[in-house]
Each structure stands twice: as C-alpha cells, then as structure tokens.
Design a protein around this ligand. Structure first.
Ligand code: HEC
Ligand code: HEC
Length: 445
C-alpha cells in the first residue's frame, strides 16, 4: 500500500527522538468528573438490557483490557451471548479503552488511486461519529438496541430506565444532575415498561416526545463516551508508558521486540508509536482499516444465529464496505474496502485477570495466542494452505499451514505475509506487546 511511506516516517519521527518523554503516566484513576461518573454507572448497569442481565462492562471488562472477560468463550467462538439467551453477534469485543480519540470517519486519496479511510468505531466503522461528533458516542447508542446484545426494542426504553428514580437510585450522579431537570421531563406512554420487555415491540411516539427521547438518549451516549475518554479508562500506566517517561527500563528481549515492531516486522506502520490525535502518548493504532486475510473462526456462533444471519456458514465479515454502502457519499468506493476492518489498539492486548485466562484476537477471535498472531503476520504467504477445512489456530500451527482468508479481496500484501522473522524475533515482538498492559508496577528496588 502506498500509505506505507507516510505511516513509516510518522513512526520514525517522534518516538525515538523522545518527543513524548514525560507525557506518559498521566492518569490518577478515581478522579472522575460528574459526567464521567454518570457514564461509568451507565456502562455498568445491567438494568439497561432486555432481561436486565447485561451491561457494557460484561463484554468490556477492565481486567481483560476492556474486552471480553469470558475465558471459555474466548477459547472458542469468541462472541459473547446477548441479553436474550441464544442470540449472538458476529465478532469479538474490541477494547472499549483507547478508542475515544478515534476521529470522525474521513477519507484521503492515495498516490496509487486507492482511498484510505480513517476513524469511526466498530470493526466496520459504522459508528462514524457523524451524529454526535464523536465515534464512541455514536457507538454507545448501538448496544442497547442491538437484538444480539442488550436487545431493548427502542431508545425510549433506555431513557425510561435511566430517568426513572426507582431504577437509578444507585447512580451516584443522575442524568438530570449533568444535563438539567428538563432532560427527563418526557411524557412517555404509561404501558411503556411492559412493552419494553418484548424485544420485537414497535413503539410509536408523538413527534415531540420522540425528539425528547432521542435528545436524552444522545446525552446518555455522550456520558458513556466521556467515561470512555476518562483517565480511568485510559490510564497510560503500562510498562511501555513508564519507559517513555524514563521511569522504567525494558529488558533486552522487550527492547529488541520494540525495535522489530518499528522496523523489520512493520507493526508500527499501523499500530502507531507516535502521538495520538489529541497529542498524548501513542495509541498503538492509526484508526485505519485493513484486510489481513485472517481466517474465519470456525466456531463463530453467528453462523447458527438464523434470526440475524440468514446466510449461515456463507456469511463473511465484509468490513468497512458494509457501512460505506449505506452512505451515498461513499457508495462508489465501498467495494474497494471489502474485508477491511479497523486497526485495533494494542494497548492491553495481553491484559488478563489471571495467567491461564484465554484471550481471543482479531475481529472474529480466530487467534488465541499472541505468538500465533505474530507467526501469522510472519508466514501468511510462505506456509502452504491447510488441506483440511475449518482448522483453528492450534491445529494450523501444529500442521504448519494456514487456512485461506475469510475475505480474499483487498488483501494487504505489502506490509505482512513474509516478514522473515526468526522464532526468537517473533518471541521478542510478543514480549514487547506484553509491556502494553496498564497497571504496571515496577519491581521494588
Ligand atoms: C454482548 C457483548 C457486548 C455488549 C453488551 C457491549 N459490547 Fe461493545 N462491542 C462488542 C462487540 C462484539 C463489538 C464489535 C462489534 C462490531 O464491530 O461490529 C463492540 C464494539 C464496541 C466499541 C468499539 C471499539 C472500537 O475501537 O471500534 C466500543 C467503544 C464499545 N463496544 C463500547 C460498548 C458500550 C459503551 C456498551 C454498552 C452501552 C457496549 N459496548 C456493550 C460487544 C459488546
Ligand atoms: C497493515 C496494517 C497492520 C500492520 C502492518 C500490522 N497490523 Fe496488527 N492489526 C491490523 C488490523 C487491521 C487488525 C485487525 C484485523 C482483523 O481483525 O481481521 C490487527 C490486529 C492485531 C492484533 C489483534 C488485536 C486484538 O485486539 O484483537 C494484534 C495482536 C496485532 N494486530 C499485532 C500486530 C503485530 C505484532 C504486527 C507486526 C508483526 C502488526 N500487528 C502489524 C493492522 C496491522
């Protein structure tokens, strides 16, 4: 890809020059503003789901790096069951941390005539940020109403549960405390609570009531976005950050890993090591989209979710194309983005509640080990195609082959596939990624 050059020079510039030194280790967790505290309560409130059993935090848990806390699920299909039993979405929860700086989706033309999209959230960019000016705020409206996640039938159900004093008695800060008393003065239908129990209910409201509901729903989303942008969720307190701040040192393997990450392994082309859009420490993503050719996860439970997926096994993650097709401005470029998914942050990629806890990697959770991920970048195009269909990561590694890509169009062939890393070099890159977990405590002298 022609973006290689600028991506690479962006990296070379500031990191080694130490331009960021002293900027890291910023956060004092616990010091949340009232809007952020409200957002945290909303993020943790299972009342805001169909069966009152699911909250954002149950799919985005701090001790798993704001990703899935379910080791057994990660070890297999990697998709967490929604509020309604038997309902599954199609992907692995990415980190909800370090996502708040993603810019409103925009595009630029590349030298080779291609189009490079940056920003938005979700693997396929569909929370573009066009509604509320912040992709994470646009995003926060979705899970409540997604039939495979929190599964409420209408935003009015969320607003009612947040505004009703009985259910929000446990919020230390209320929606009205942050946005004023009027935000909850909405004339909602008396039987709304009962109807919200039916995930398929069609709730019609007077125009004025609908406008007030959407305004309150936007404020709920903005409070969640404020929490997701807070110092508690983005503490920048990893070993990597301490090294940047001159307060810790990498061991030789980690230092080697960082060098490879920036140079021979090309990782930093996309998992950037220069300042984030707001100027703070590196976010380890450039918020662009790529198709790496990750194999389909044969255990993805979405294949069997006939209510949402009439295509069954034939379904593939089409990536950014799915969103672009819905926008008249971008429809013409949609096909060129088939299969490209968002570059995720690598912060907390190895953060887990216990050493034997399994994490899943990539949009569909095909990979279960960082070593497997690095080996894939290194050898995607040099190992033979697996003969047996549907092999998982462990079997593919054992048989020294890779299954074909989930989507074969628009594969990235310039920055990966044959990196010529030795095994020791792969291990070093993994060792470096392990320094990206927040909450690092230097060993006492
Ligand atoms: C059932 C599990 C589940 C629940 C509940 C859930 N999420 Fe997610 N979250 C996911 C999955 C899966 C994705 C990726 C989906 C996709 O890209 O299509 C995701 C994506 C995200 C992203 C995008 C990150 C990025 O960089 O693109 C954010 C932010 C996020 N969720 C926050 C939230 C918030 C806020 C809530 C509650 C209002 C929530 N999630 C509830 C599973 C969940
Ligand atoms: C061309 C851009 C690009 C390059 C170069 C790149 N990555 Fe990635 N990385 C991505 C994208 C895009 C994804 C998500 C792909 C998917 O889910 O299908 C990803 C996902 C990952 C993940 C999984 C994270 C998660 O939360 O699931 C890890 C780990 C990772 N990359 C590490 C690396 C390492 C190590 C290197 C260098 C050897 C590297 N990447 C090089 C774009 C890139």
């Amino acid at each position: 890809m022609s973006v290689v050059t600028w991506r690479r020079c962006a990296v070379a510039m500031c990191f080694l020059a130490g331009a960021l030194a002293g900027q890291a280790v910023q956060a004092e967790p616990g010091a949340l503003s009232s809007k952020e505290r409200l957002g945290k309560s909303l993020f943790e409130d299972a009342e805001l789901s169909s069966k009152r059993n699911q909250a954002c935090v149950l799919c985005h848990a701090p001790d798993a790096g704001f990703s899935s806390p379910q080791s057994d699920v990660n070890a297999a299909g990697a998709v967490i069951e929604g509020s309604i039993p038997g309902r599954f979405g199609n992907s692995k929860p990415p980190s909800a941390a370090y996502a708040a700086q993603s810019p409103v989706l925009y595009h630029a033309h590349e030298e080779d005539g291609g189009v490079l999209f940056t920003g938005g959230t979700f693997w396929n960019g569909r929370a573009s940020g066009n509604r509320l000016g912040r992709p994470v705020a646009d995003q926060a409206r979705s899970p409540f109403l997604d039939p495979n996640e929190m599964a409420l039938p209408d935003s009015a159900c969320v607003v009612q549960r947040v505004c009703k004093p009985a259910s929000t008695g446990h919020y230390p800060v209320k929606l009205t405390d942050v946005w004023g008393e009027d935000i909850c003065k909405i004339d909602l239908p008396p039987d709304l609570d009962r109807r919200c129990a039916d995930p398929a209910a069609k709730i019609t409201l007077e125009k004025e009531t609908r406008e007030k509901v959407e305004l309150a729903f936007d404020k709920i989303a903005l409070a969640i976005a404020a929490y997701e942008a807070s110092a508690e969720v983005n503490p920048f307190s990893s070993k990597f950050d301490l090294v940047l701040a001159g307060k810790a040192e990498f061991n030789p393997q980690e230092a080697k890993g960082l060098e490879l990450f920036m140079d021979k392994a090309l990782c930093a082309n996309c998992h950037l090591l220069d300042a984030g859009p707001a100027g703070g420490p590196p976010l380890l993503t450039d918020f662009t989209y790529d198709n790496l050719g990750v194999p389909a996860n044969p255990e993805n439970p979405f294949y069997a979710n006939s209510a949402s997926n009439p295509q069954g096994r034939a379904w593939v993650e089409q990536g950014l194309k799915t969103y672009l097709e819905t926008d008249p401005l971008y429809r013409a470029t949609a096909a060129s983005q088939l299969g490209k998914v968002k570059v995720p942050t690598l912060r907390n990629v190895d953060k887990r509640p216990s050493p034997d806890f399994v994490k899943a990697f990539m949009h569909n959770g095909y990979f279960k080990t960082l070593k497997g991920v690095v080996n894939f970048y290194n050898t995607r195009d040099t190992k033979p195609r697996c003969k047996a269909p549907g092999l998982g990561e462990a079997e593919a590694l054992a048989q020294n082959c890779w299954p074909g890509p989930e989507v074969s169009e628009n594969l990235n062939k310039d920055e990966m596939g044959d990196l010529k890393l030795t095994e020791a070099e792969e291990d070093a890159v993994v060792a470096f990624m392990k320094t990206l977990s927040d909450g690092y405590r230097p060993p006492s002298q």
